[in-house]
Unconditional design. Structure first.
Length: 207
């Protein structure tokens, strides 16, 4: 039986990628041969996440966008690689490139992202700064399917945290990242085990 194959897209430090790898290696996604982290895709050849992938024994697909005439051009190459490897799920983990329908459409319902707010509040860039400027008392993270809008895809899971009076963007970000590294692998595990169903905008998660 074909394993459930995951590709992670990341551009930076790779702490969420590392959390995924550790969960996978510990059998959190199911039996070791039932689910694999097949590939890391990165637009930053020198990003620490690339070294994390190499150390974990995960194949990498690294490219430099400036070498292409358009987003669509490099996305076509990425899609070809994903199809060649029979990827079942794309996990965006700090991937800093906007995606076009070239890659979103063929993986609609099979691509997820984590966003540092309780969507639909504060979509887009600097969600933590938006939350602090607005003066909210509670914020959190959202794991959602990706569509062609800006953080508008169907919501799979959310977790809240209180905003403390002394919080800065840095202190809030640290606490947000802590819960990301726990909740995001949980959602990936649920999807890998077939416990997540998408019906329109409604996401059904089995216990």
């Amino acid at each position: 039986m074909k394993p459930f194959r995951i590709a992670v897209f990341a551009s930076g430090e790779g702490t969420n990628f590392q959390a995924m790898v550790e969960a996978w290696q510990q059998g959190y996604f199911g039996e070791p041969d039932a689910t694999t982290i097949e590939l890391l895709v990165s637009d930053k050849p020198q990003a620490p996440v690339v070294q994390r992938a190499i150390q974990a024994g995960v194949d990498t697909y690294v490219f430099q966008p400036k070498e292409y005439s358009s987003r669509e051009q490099y996305e076509l190459e990425i899609v070809a690689e994903l199809k060649r490897r029979e990827i079942d799920l794309i996990v965006l983990a700090g991937y800093m490139r906007l995606l076009t329908p070239t890659i979103v459409d063929p993986y609609m319902g099979r691509m997820i992202n984590v966003h540092p707010s309780l969507l639909p509040a504060f979509p887009g860039k600097d969600a933590l700064g938006q939350a602090l400027s607005y003066g909210v008392k509670v914020t959190g993270i959202t794991v959602h399917f990706v569509d062609n809008g800006m953080d508008t895809g169907p919501i799979i899971a959310q977790q809240s945290i209180e905003v403390q009076q002394q919080d800065t963007a840095e202190t809030l970000a640290e606490r947000i990242h802590d819960i990301e590294r726990t909740l995001y692998p949980q959602v990936v595990a649920q999807i890998a085990k077939g416990k997540v169903t998408l019906e329109g905008r409604q996401v059904i998660v089995q216990a």
